[in-house]
Design a protein. Structure first.
Length: 301
């Protein structure tokens, strides 16, 4: 038997692939570098954050190792910035509000929008077409056009609390969620639902026992995208919530601003690190579902 020839990339293609790898690695490091700068400066004294934001010592290492080590000890303040940030911002209370708003909003968006998309796809009439077009239109309208009207209506309807803002997030997140769910529901064979109904399932049972489990990849994708948006959002909570009573993490950061524009930058960097840790961990564990969910909604049959 003839030996199988090993297929390898040709010289120019291999060099081109290596060049792209190096290029994208450099671009990735540039994108990630601000996060490392924030983490580094969260352990520094306030005086050295602007003096040497990218270094770990206020003394060049060329002046001697011992002096450089003393410079490091003088530059860093340890976890003191974190304790100051937690005390000044009321971080744990703000974290609780942010967590409740994010989890409740994402759960409501996934449940309501998936049901709406299923209804729009399976029921063909003028009303469902109008609903679908309105959802698409909501994706086009800039938030700046409605934010002041929204703030006024939220106060009138007594939505200036963590439960009320969940309903507001449902309205703003419905457009994209319904668009994604609709694309996926079209790929589900209708015969599966008909078989479930023949077996005695009601429409509600068919949805929860048959349709929704199939929509899991898209549901996870919508949950990831909305969780990152809601957790990091500052503008909408600042307009809707009564910030004297309810502060999310992003609003609590503003408590570090003192009179005459003075800011405790060490504590500011520390609270920013604390704010991004939960959503980064969530994204790392769930990122594999994003492409799977988007692609599954793009292919029919």
């Amino acid at each position: 038997m003839a030996k199988k020839e090993k297929i390898t990339a040709s010289g120019p293609k291999k060099k081109y692939g290596t060049l792209l790898t190096v290029l994208f690695t450099i671009i990735s490091l540039l994108w990630i570098s601000p996060i490392f700068v924030v983490i580094l400066n969260s352990f520094k004294r306030k005086a050295y954050i602007f003096k040497n934001p990218f270094g770990i010592s206020n003394v060049p290492i060329t002046r001697g190792y011992d002096r450089w080590v003393k410079g490091v000890e003088k530059t860093f303040v340890g976890f003191l910035n974190y304790t100051n940030a937690i005390n000044k911002t009321g971080f744990f209370k703000a974290f609780g509000y942010s967590l409740f708003i994010t989890v409740a909003s994402v759960a409501l968006i996934v449940l309501c929008c998936s049901m709406c998309a299923w209804y729009i796809t399976r029921v063909h009439n003028k009303a469902t077409k109008v609903i679908y077009l309105l959802c698409l239109f909501s994706m086009i309208v800039p938030f700046q056009m409605v934010m002041f009207t929204l703030s006024k209506f939220a106060n009138m309807l007594h939505l200036s609390n963590p439960v009320g803002i969940v309903i507001v997030y449902l309205g703003f997140g419905a457009g994209l969620a319904i668009f994604m769910f609709t694309g996926f529901v079209k790929s589900i064979p209708l015969e599966i639902e008909e078989a479930a109904m023949i077996d005695g399932c009601t429409p509600i049972q068919t949805y929860f026992q048959v349709v929704f489990p199939i929509m899991k990849p898209t549901a996870i994708t919508v949950a990831i995208l909305d969780a990152m948006w809601i957790w990091n959002d500052y503008l909408l909570p600042s307009l809707v919530l009564n910030v004297n009573k309810y502060k999310t993490v992003q609003i609590a950061v503003q408590n570090l601003k003192q009179s005459y524009g003075q800011i405790d930058w060490g504590a500011m960097m520390a609270v920013l690190v604390l704010a991004i840790i939960p959503i980064v961990i969530f994204y790392i564990f769930a990122q594999k579902y994003i492409i799977e969910g988007v692609m599954s909604g793009a292919v029919k049959g």
